[in-house]
Write a protein that binds this ligand. Structure first.
Ligand code: CU
Length: 746
């Protein structure tokens, strides 16, 4: 420890010296100096100031974007555009142990048709959970286009909680929509395919839309979480003829119950309109063990119609007020839900398309249309009444227009071709922001170095607070397949700081493998070995695990820390096993010990200055092993014995000094009534746990010292000191926290 501190100080001093030497010759002390030196104009400085995050500041919005095909999601802030977190969703993510520990692997495998963990995903348009059409900041959903899965993420810890395979689709549209109270999460197929996994018959091709029933529990789980679930048995799929399906959205407020989406076939373009209020009342049939509403029943019940539109459209979205839905294309159409409802009620259909689906005339339900330029790709809604922004790709423009008056209000010419657009909360009934995020898929490198043939995708932050829209920041995202994002007011999300000790974070339940200090153990039944271990600075317990070649081994580990951000990683060298253990989390790692040898395991997080001491040894004895057993007595020479005696006596000095520190801290904590402060109390409990465990070590070293067995006496004294250090560490952190609490009270 002392050695470490010394080395740290030396490095710091050297660094400060270097920094002094390399200071730029001309001091850049004033704003004008910096502007001059870097060639910035007032507009540059204004943009920088708008996105700068001062100390103590927090972003106004949390934004979520899928990283294209890597199957992970990233969380970033607006307006700083700083990336906060990568979250494994559809594919393994080693840092988090996602797809490596048993809990997340089971979740990824459980529902996959062939019980396999897919190593990628195709995730483009996420949806946030809603209450009365407004974002409630609790959950996020993603559809995997490539492997036909749907995922639920919990926003109290930004983790994936559920991954389900669609029972019918071989390919999904990589987007989802949630209804206004998250009654359903909607997923559609993309390219038609037979629903029977084994069918190779082209006449079996189908499409469909699945309504995943979502349940958001009122009661918290054992660990205090609220973990929602999509319930497969209560979900249903509407069968559709083989159309290629594209972007869709769900109605809200007055248009709750409708889904509108894009469909295409043989060069013809349609909007499908589904009334799922009616579908809910129909009797489903069972296909692939899942409820299906047949096309015939849906048409018979007047729950489905198509609107033929004159040209290709790339998006259809419902307006925040729920009154209209709009398409993006060379001509942008505004359709009126009231007129669509009327057409359904009066059955004013103008013919049929495939599967006898009734056709509604576009002219009959149109509110208006407008030509905004060449290549309108996407649009986003503003908080101002009836205001929408469209990206005009070829013209490098963003156009602001009023969808109710169907009138252009203004535009901004950009240096890049804008693709997908996002305004925070713009897909809810309550758009919020003065910011617009535009994807620049061409990755125009106007201020980025070339990094080879694949460029980063760029997200441009555009200030739309005034008529003078300005492109103020460019964020690069290293995965090159960025599509839509969603964002919510940061304060709506309430992330937790730590888990209740023993939490299985995927289920929210207290894991049956939860292990507390002093209860660590190794259980064996035949060739099945369970290790119940704990992690806390600066120990992994147990420190030695012996198994036999061929054993099936599971490490069940619990992070006992109650401090903030004290994550421990766990890896077993060359066995390819890894886990991330946030404070309170319990997770398990199972493997077959098929390679004999000695394999260190250790903590992969830099968790404290004593981090390197978080290690242990996995010993896998080869089959038919006949050598000495671990811990077998080996005779010592006189000199060796004398040296151990000296080591022991030195250690006892250190032990006594450490005890003085502990006593001092304990006295201070008592004087300041630590029991009255929840988290301080928890830390003191941690410390007491450690000291409680130490009693046996103390008895042992005292006994061995009496018997003159100096090696054992030294080893046990060393062990005792390790516990003391942990206790002292927890105690000092408790003191630090209590000091802060007391300062707050003053
Ligand atoms: Cu650690």
């Amino acid at each position: 420890m002392i050695h470490f501190v010394k080395r740290f100080l030396m490095v710091s001093v050297a660094f400060i010296l270097l920094a002094t030497l390399y200071q730029p010759a001309s001091g850049q002390q004033t704003l004008n100096d910096v502007k001059k030196a870097r060639g910035l104009d007032d507009a540059d400085v204004l943009s920088a100031v708008k996105t700068f995050m001062p100390r103590g500041g927090r972003d106004e919005y949390f934004a979520f974007v899928g990283t294209g095909n890597s199957g992970t999601m990233l969380v970033y802030g607006i307006p700083s555009m700083r990336i906060y977190k990568y979250v494994g969703v559809f594919s393994p993510e080693p840092w988090q142990g996602y797809g490596f520990d048993d809990e997340s692997s089971l979740m990824l495998k459980k529902n996959s048709p062939d019980n396999r963990i897919y190593k990628y995903g195709d995730m483009r348009y996420p949806a946030l959970s809603e209450t009365n059409g407004k974002y409630n900041g609790k959950y996020l959903f993603y559809s995997d286009g490539a492997n036909s899965r749907i995922a639920l993420l919990g926003l109290d810890d930004f983790e994936t909680k559920q991954v389900l395979a669609n029972p019918h689709f071989k390919n999904c549209f990589p987007g989802v929509a949630a209804t206004e109270n998250t009654e359903y999460v909607i997923q559609s197929s993309q390219y038609p395919a037979p629903w029977d996994l084994r069918s190779t018959n082209v006449s079996d091709f189908k499409s469909g839309v699945t309504f995943w029933k979502f349940h958001d529990p009122q009661e918290a789980t054992e660990s205090g979480h609220h973990i929602g679930r999509m319930i497969k048995e209560e979900s249903f799929t509407l069968e559709l003829p083989p159309f290629t399906l594209d972007y869709f959205d769900a109605g809200r407020l007055g248009s709750y119950g409708y889904v509108v989406g894009l469909a295409g076939k043989d060069g013809k373009n349609y909007i499908y309109v589904i009334d799922f209020n009616v579908l809910e009342g129909l009797n489903p049939v069972s296909v692939n063990d899942a409820p299906v509403i047949t096309l015939k029943d849906a048409v018979g019940a007047n729950a489905l119609a198509f609107i033929e539109i004159p040209a290709n459209a790339s998006k259809v979205k419902v307006t925040p007020d729920g009154k209209y839905f709009i398409t993006a294309g060379d001509e942008s159409f505004v359709f009126d839900f009231a007129k669509v409802k009327e057409a359904f009620t009066n059955k004013t259909f103008v013919g049929n398309t495939d599967g006898n689906i009734p056709l509604i005339s576009a002219d009959a339900v149109k509110h208006g249309s407008i030509n905004l330029g060449n290549g309108v790709v996407d649009f986003a809604f503003d908080y101002r009444d009836n205001v929408v922004y469209s990206s005009v790709f070829e013209d490098k423009k963003i156009v602001r227009w009023n969808y109710k008056d169907v009138k252009k209000e203004g535009d901004v010419t950009l240096t890049f071709k804008p693709g997908q657009l996002m305004i925070p909360q713009g897909l809810s009934s309550e758009p919020h922001s003065n910011y617009l995020v535009a994807v620049d898929k061409e990755g125009l490198l106007d201020n980025f170095p070339n990094v080879g043939p694949v460029r980063p995708n760029l997200q441009r932050l555009i200030d739309i607070s005034s008529d003078d829209m300005r492109d103020i920041y460019t964020m690069s995202i290293p995965q090159a397949n960025i599509y839509g994002s969603v964002a919510v007011l940061r304060t709506i999300i309430k992330p937790i700081i730590r888990y209740e000790t023993g939490t299985n974070t995927r289920t929210g339940e207290i894991s049956r493998y939860k292990t507390v200090a002093g209860k660590e153990k190794i259980e064996r039944e035949g060739n099945r070995v369970h290790i119940f271990g704990t992690m806390i600075r600066s120990h992994i317990v147990p420190e030695i695990v012996e198994v036999n070649e061929g054993d099936v081994v599971t490490f069940h580990l619990t992070n006992l820390e109650r401090a903030e951000d004290e994550t421990h990683g766990f890896t077993i060298n060359t066995y390819g096993k890894h886990g991330s253990f946030e404070p309170g989390k319990t997770a398990s790692l199972t493997f077959v010990a098929d390679r004999p040898g000695i394999f260190p395991y250790y903590c992969t997080e830099f968790c404290s200055a004593l981090h390197l001491e978080m290690e242990g040894i996995l010993l896998i004895r080869p089959k038919n092993y006949t050598g000495p057993e671990a811990g077998e007595e080996i005779a010592l020479t006189e000199e060796e014995l004398a040296e151990y005696k000296k080591n022991y006596e030195d250690k006892i000095v250190v032990v006594n000094a450490t005890q003085d520190i502990i006593n001092g801290v304990v006295q201070w904590l008592k004087e300041n009534n630590y029991q009255n402060y929840h988290y301080v109390n928890a830390l003191v409990e941690d410390a007491l746990d450690q000291l409680g465990k130490a009693t046996t070590s103390k008895e042992n070293y005292e006994r061995y010292a009496n018997e003159g067995k100096w090696r054992d006496a030294f080893l046990w004294a060393e062990q005792y000191w390790q516990y003391q250090v942990k206790a002292a560490d927890a105690g000092l952190r408790a003191k630090e926290l209590l000091t802060l609490e007391l300062e707050k009270e003053q």
